[in-house]
Design a binder for this molecule. Structure first.
Ligand SMILES: [Zn+2]
Length: 698
């Protein structure tokens, strides 16, 4: 990758001849794409960004603008085209050219020695060495490049046939859509296959899970499950919202004869693929063990999860010599780390009541140090989980922290059970002062408190409402909410906007003074201007996360419209399933919720979207004016007009300065001359058809 790119001459003014500007744009587009690719590489592959996010965004924005001006210059390998295409009905199957075999794996060092013995015998006295690599806990994928361009990506499947998940993989920013040719012994590598692992950073995993929980959705068990579930999504736009990462470790090609795995890892890096920097060439088994030992501890510091290490014979010729047996290569093995475990005492079980009233049992543990952190609590999920393990207070329990990230209790040391320990009886009432009877909806594993004034739920709902991504009321965090609820100032979210009437009483509260009270009140006042979709999210309707709130706001641009929507109207929206629809429908039919909404409306919160109704598909055609001239070979003018209008564009009969594009068919008339005089942009029939394809009608 080149370090420096020459800057082109400044752009010609927009009134120059279109051809001239186009020629300039063509070069500038190339340059911008190069720059974006280079900075993607620094950011995602080297993790060493060299420009700020803001500067990066400016490059991206400029490219998008130029591509919008000259849509005929858009190519599939442009960085703007990562998220494209429509949701699929199902994934087509792909036959793997070379099977994606799984490796034998072991937890035992003795078996590693055994493996090494077999390698030594198999190679009959030749010297050999290993490459040791970290084994990322992710999902294996195969990536095909033709003439340097990413053309196909597949999942492993059964090893012989996988799914074509090209569209989903394209959304991964560290995956190069184009590769600069790198020479290997004088031959440029252009057509090849790369294999790697799609994974998530632990931090991203925890954040996504938190968001899911906030939206009342079931969290994923571990980062690998989340990555796997994401790659199976049929809508690439959904995939693009999740920050998937890629790490590559195999390079396969017919163009040249590659020689060493270690060399391939270096080549992959040079070509711009993300690779793991921690691999090591090991000449002896002792060096392998040292590597294994080192990473068993050091893995806690990695920002992602590994579940072991992979050992490969470095020489590809020797790999071939050793061959494959029973679906697993004889030249490689995975050594897996045992999940980290510790034993400690279960001192108690408490109940947590969430925003939706869901009751979650939590284990209160005698603090114990495990895999880099002190653990004193662990979720017990639900009543069934406790019953299944027969957990009793006072028990000595086994806590595990594996690829699960979140510690969990996996068993009981029965020998250490105190004689008086009783089976745990799940409480029948909420820990709230109302002592509300808990109920378990048919078919669900969880218990709920449905008391409308359950202070636990009220706290959580208010915290959520005030949180940064919702109404963003500064200074209204957990502690303040707790205090205001306990002191009786807040019983629901609408009370927030009446706090100013109690200024005098607030001043009497512990820890509050003139300045802090006024700051809080002005933060509350300021929150009234948050957009309608943020309010929708803040309301805490079950299953309505940030994204869903945006979708709902686009389809129902006012609260009244949304409140009046039927279940059928709601499910008709792309991205809104039955579960969400029912939850929204029920929310607006609840008397209590309606009363609260009325108070929020009177307080002056935004109950409608700012802009006039916009379509979900804010595509190329939206709001633009087109004129047609000449004959189109694939459709009549009437059909073309309908196609444009269906996508939110307008068609007029004559060219004026307000015309955005002239669509030019065969034998164009005088409109073409007029358009050129006025500098109106032109689209060929091919351009037009491609744009129609890229902007399908929902
Ligand atoms: Zn309760």
């Amino acid at each position: 990758m080149s370090e420096q790119l020459p800057l082109l001459d400044p752009p010609p003014p927009s009134n120059v001849h279109r051809d001239k500007r186009r020629r300039w744009a063509e070069r500038r587009i190339q340059e911008l794409r190069e720059l974006i690719r280079l900075h993607d590489y620094y950011y995602y592959v080297e993790a060493q960004p060299r420009i700020s996010d803001r500067e990066y965004d400016a490059l991206f924005h400029e490219l998008k603008q130029l591509e919008a001006e000259f849509p005929e210059l858009v190519t599939p390998d442009s960085p703007t085209q990562r998220v494209g295409g429509e949701p699929l009905k199902e994934f087509p199957h792909v036959q793997h050219r070379i099977p994606m075999l799984s490796l034998d794996n072991t937890y035992s060092r003795e078996e590693l020695r055994e493996f090494d013995r077999r390698v030594r015998e198999g190679l009959g006295g030749q010297p050999y060495r290993y490459v040791a690599e970290l084994k990322y806990d992710g999902v294996s994928v195969s990536l095909h490049y033709r003439e340097g361009t990413f053309v196909l990506g597949a999942s492993r499947g059964d090893g012989y046939t996988g799914d074509d998940i090209t569209q989903n993989l394209r959304t991964i920013r560290s995956l190069p859509l184009r590769v600069q040719p790198v020479e290997y012994h004088g031959v440029p590598l252009r057509t090849f296959e790369v294999r790697g692992e799609v994974y998530l950073l632990t931090e991203d995993f925890l954040r996504l899970n938190r968001e899911r929980e906030q939206a009342g959705e079931r969290p994923f068990a571990n980062p690998r499950n989340l990555a796997a579930g994401t790659l199976k999504l049929l809508d690439p736009r959904e995939v693009a919202k999740r920050p998937l990462r890629l790490v590559c470790y195999y390079l396969l090609t017919d163009e040249v004869e590659l020689q060493f795995q270690s060399e391939n890892l270096r080549l992959l890096r040079q070509m711009g693929f993300p690779t793991d920097p921690h691999w090591k060439v090991c000449d002896t088994l002792e060096e392998v063990f040292a590597y294994v030992d080192y990473w068993e501890e050091a893995r806690e510091q990695l920002p992602f999860q590994i579940d072991g290490i992979v050992l490969k014979v470095d020489s590809l010729r020797q790999q071939q010599q050793l061959g494959t047996v029973a679906r697993a290569p004889r030249w490689a093995i995975a050594y897996k780390y045992e999940a980290k475990k510790a034993t400690t005492v279960l001192e108690g079980i408490t109940l947590q009541v969430g925003r939706t009233g869901k009751v979650t049992p939590v284990a209160e543990l005698k603090p114990v140090f495990l895999a880099g952190s002190t653990i004193s609590r662990a979720t017990l999920h639900n009543a069934d989980y406790i019953t299944k393990l027969d957990l009793r207070i006072g028990d000595t329990v086994i806590v595990e922290k594996g690829g699960e990230v979140i510690p969990k209790i996996v068993g009981v040391v029965l020998e250490k059970r105190p004689p008086q320990a009783q089976p745990y009886r799940f409480p029948t009432v909420c820990p709230c002062p109302n002592r509300q009877q808990l109920y378990r909806p048919p078919g669900e594993v969880d218990y709920y408190c449905d008391h409308p004034e359950c202070p636990w739920q009220i706290r959580r709902r208010i915290e959520h409402f005030a949180s940064r991504r919702a109404m963003d009321i500064e200074g209204m965090g957990e502690r303040v909410v707790d205090q205001l609820v306990s002191a009786g100032f807040l019983r629901n979210i609408a009370d927030i906007y009446e706090l100013h009437r109690h200024r005098a009483q607030l001043l009497e509260l512990e820890r509050w003074g003139e300045k802090s009270v006024d700051n809080l009140l002005s933060a509350i006042e300021e929150s009234k201007s948050r957009p309608y979709h943020r309010l929708l999210f803040a309301l805490g309707i079950r299953f309505v996360g940030e994204e869903t709130a945006k979708i709902l706001a686009e389809s129902f641009p006012s609260m009244d419209q949304l409140a009046a929507a039927s279940i059928e109207e709601l499910t008709a929206i792309h991205g809104v399933g039955e579960r969400i629809a029912e939850s929204v429908f029920r929310f607006f039919r609840d008397e209590n919720n309606r009363a609260i909404l009325e108070r929020l409306r009177r307080a002056g919160l935004r109950f409608a979207a700012e802009a006039p109704k916009v379509r979900l598909q804010a595509g190329f055609f939206l709001g633009k004016t087109f004129v047609l001239t000449g004959e189109l070979s694939t459709m009549t003018r009437e059909e073309a007009r309908r196609a444009i209008e269906a996508r939110g564009g307008r068609v007029t009969d004559s060219v004026s300065r307000r015309t955005d594009y002239l669509i030019v068919g065969r034998n164009p008339g005088s409109k073409l001359r007029k358009a050129r005089e006025l500098g109106v942009r032109e689209l060929s029939e091919d351009d037009f058809l491609r744009l129609l394809d890229q902007n399908p009608v929902e």
